[in-house]
Ligand binder design. Structure first.
Ligand code: SF4
Length: 260
């Protein structure tokens, strides 16, 4: 069910341009998200887990066969993947295998897929011809990280999501920056993004990991609190914002996939 299918009840006429439908639908989604957020804001941990199950189940039902999860298999990824596996383990999981991941992330991806019974993890790689043309030495991240993210993450994800009407991300508000006002549901470029952990706190993440004995990413014990590609990820001091180790020393805070 894409946005085009949802517009039946829209007060706009059928002559209105798609962008107007999309804007109206986005406004309604954001109102709905605010209502859900209000319900989610004052919950116990168990209630929050139960509500998150409902969000995931609702998304799986509403977008049956047209829903994907996007995961970096990073420091906090196990929580969303475990929750999703308990609700809809056959949901495709898209992993952007950029060619720049730590070896530990690649082994963690295999471990979680096997332990959680994730039946459909898809490794999405950058286009080889594009890489040889735009990044023949593999050091574009040093000169132009936005361009590097574009060819290794944004474009491959955009292509991988073709055919899906909705996708799930593991972003949380406490991660700060642009994520500080993250809704649970958001309309984005013709699809719906679902952020079931938007209202979760770091305590929630840790409590869930302990309760379900989730395996930790091997680099967490070395001080890596948020883990992406190795050239752009550094360990952080205890108490520092987790994502402060990403693209350290530059203004960049996001890879760009959430503008899709
Ligand atoms: S995170 Fe760094 S290495 Fe990875 S795609 Fe972006 S710029 Fe390139």
């Amino acid at each position: 069910m894409g946005l085009a299918a949802i517009k039946t009840d829209d007060p706009l006429t059928d002559d209105a341009p798609d962008s107007a439908f999309a804007a109206a639908h986005a406004a309604r989604l954001n109102q709905g998200a605010a209502a859900i957020d209000a319900i989610m804001s004052d919950l116990s941990f168990d209630e929050r887990v139960e509500r998150t199950h409902r969000v995931l189940r609702g998304a799986a039902d509403a977008f049956r066969g047209k829903l994907a999860i996007v995961s970096s298999f990073g420091a906090e990824s196990a929580v969303l993947l475990h929750l999703a596996a308990s609700v809809a383990p056959d949901t495709p999981v898209i992993f952007l295998n950029t060619g720049k991941h730590f070896a530990q992330t690649l082994s963690y991806r295999k471990k979680l897929a096997a332990e959680f019974g994730l039946a459909d993890v898809r490794d999405i790689r950058p286009d080889v011809a594009t890489l040889s043309r735009a990044d023949p030495r593999g050091d574009l991240w040093r000169r132009d990280p936005d361009a590097c993210c574009a060819i290794r993450k944004v474009r491959p994800l955009s292509e991988a999501l073709d055919g899906f009407d909705a996708w799930i991300s593991g972003r949380k508000r406490f991660q700060g920056g642009l994520r500080g006002a993250l809704p649970v549901f958001e309309a984005s470029k013709g699809a719906v993004k679902v952020n079931p952990l938007a209202a979760w706190t770091m305590d929630d993440i840790e409590t869930y990991g302990v309760r379900f004995r989730l395996p930790a990413h091997p680099l967490v014990e070395q001080g890596f609190a948020s883990i992406g590609c190795w050239p752009c990820t550094k360990p952080v001091e205890a108490g520092a914002r987790a994502r402060s180790g990403r693209w350290r020393g530059s203004e960049k805070t996001e890879c760009g996939i959430h503008q899709i």
